[in-house]
Design a protein around this ligand. Structure first.
Ligand SMILES: [Zn+2]
Length: 107
């Protein structure tokens, strides 16, 4: 997994270099307002292409949530629930000690 992340970062840097090169070339070739429009258009296309490529490689349509693991999105591994009336830490709907359903979230 970390090797994939490294590869991903490496790709990002390469793409950044390519897009900077392209935008520099365009700003030299074309006059100002047109070059800006062309750069924006190319950036949008490149972004779209990269996103599609990444998603296919990762095997999912995660989009902006692609880098997050399901446990960090939905998990409560770092969250703890405490009973509001007696302070017992529990994960049930109702407190096992006093039966209160009022809970507060702590870490
Ligand atoms: Zn309780």
């Amino acid at each position: 997994m970390s090797a994939n992340n490294k590869q991903f970062l490496f790709n990002q840097i390469i793409w950044m270099g390519i897009s900077i090169g392209i935008s520099l070339a365009i700003s030299v070739i074309l006059p100002f307002p047109i070059s800006l429009l062309a750069i924006i258009g190319i950036f949008i296309l490149l972004n779209y292409y990269m996103r599609k490529r990444m998603m296919r490689r990762m095997g999912m349509g995660g989009g902006m949530f692609g880098s997050m693991s399901p446990s960090s999105m939905f998990g409560d591994s770092s969250l703890k629930y405490y009973c509001m009336s007696c302070g017992t830490q529990h994960k049930q709907a109702a407190c096992p000690k006093c039966g209160s359903k009022m809970k507060r979230v702590g870490s």
